[in-house]
Design a protein around this ligand. Structure first.
Ligand SMILES: [Zn+2]
Length: 325
């Protein structure tokens, strides 16, 4: 079956079954979500989380797929559709990145510019403001991935890295640093996250900056979500000399509820992007106001035929037959 499935997918792609699915959602806005894009020749590629990393050649081929099947729009067009001032084209696609990885500028940005495709990066303010080579949150996830703190499994931490990172993010910074000293820092050949200076360079590539929280913790369950978002908004606005789109938020860890959405509205955020794997329905190209937006996360395993080689049929199967609300 494992060999048969790609063949069936190819047949569906070629016979037009999937094209029918694409036609059925032509009026929807598709938002895709990336994290890291790294060239396989970069020594940091092998260390990066494969679930959240797409290789540069695979990304480039995927942009070709987007060119063939979508109208790539920027965050301002999505905002216009949300505010009802101008509708989106058919097959509208928004390319988003989460966190603010330096490799987005190094590898993704030139490939996007070569195709004149815009994108938006939802930046975790604290990660960019820190002056360390690595992002401590990724150090914790890497330690979990590589089993570096398996001796701590009895505490239950290793089974829930997001919970562990959240507890660390919310504690006093000095106490956190003291705890993190016990954690092996992963080898890293270049600074992991973008700098404030680099945020300002992104505009040259047609890439906008949006919000992704200040401390990069799940907003659900925070006592004061509005403060967390206001801190993020103010920090990112300062770092980008007021050029960021601070009315757009990618929810950290994709988690949200009605309270999060209300808090976002209270600090001027209009577009709330989740990680709900659905397409966003429009009416004559206009988005439904107040509705959080779904995004389809892209992982190499879902779209490649072989390492770094796109399987267009798999990409179509991953993106087109989706719930549309
Ligand atoms: Zn994130």
């Amino acid at each position: 079956m494992t060999r048969l499935r790609p063949l069936l997918r190819q047949a569906a792609f070629r016979s037009g079954v999937l094209s029918l699915a694409r036609y059925g959602v032509r009026r929807a806005l598709t938002a895709v979500m990336f994290h890291r894009v790294i060239d396989p020749s970069d020594p940091d590629f092998a260390l990066a989380d494969p679930v959240y990393t797409v290789s540069a050649p695979l990304f480039e081929q995927l942009l070709g797929f987007f060119h063939d099947h979508y109208a790539v729009v920027d965050i301002h067009s999505v905002m216009n559709a949300y505010e009802g001032s101008r509708g989106l084209p058919d097959h509208a696609l928004l390319i988003t990145f989460d966190d603010g990885w330096a490799d987005n500028l190094r590898y993704a940005a030139p490939l996007l510019r070569a195709r004149a495709m815009p994108a938006v990066i939802f930046v975790a303010a604290e990660a960019v403001a820190a002056d360390t080579m690595t992002w401590w949150q990724e150090d914790v996830f890497a330690a979990n991935r590589f089993g570096w703190y398996s001796q701590d499994r009895s505490s239950g931490n290793a089974d829930d890295p997001v919970g562990l990172v959240t507890r660390l993010a919310l504690m006093d910074e000095k106490e956190r640093d003291r705890l993190l000293e016990r954690l092996p820092r992963q080898p890293c050949h270049a600074r992991m996250m973008l700098t404030a200076n680099e945020l300002r360079c992104l505009a040259d590539f047609g890439i906008d900056v949006g919000l992704h929280g200040y401390r990069h913790v799940p907003l659900v369950g925070l006592d004061d979500v509005a403060s967390e978002l206001a801190d993020a908004r103010d920090a990112i606005a300062t770092m980008t000399a007021d050029t960021a789109v601070t009315a757009a938020l990618g929810c950290p860890h994709g988690r949200y509820d009605d309270k999060v959405v209300a808090a976002a509205r209270s600090v001027g955020i209009k577009l709330v992007f989740t990680s709900d794997k659905r397409l966003n329905a429009t009416r004559q190209g206009m988005l439904t106001p107040m509705r959080p937006l779904g995004r389809i996360g892209i992982a190499a395993e879902h779209i490649q035929a072989a390492p770094h080689r796109l399987d267009p049929a798999a990409a179509a199967r991953w993106l087109w037959p989706r719930d549309c609300q």
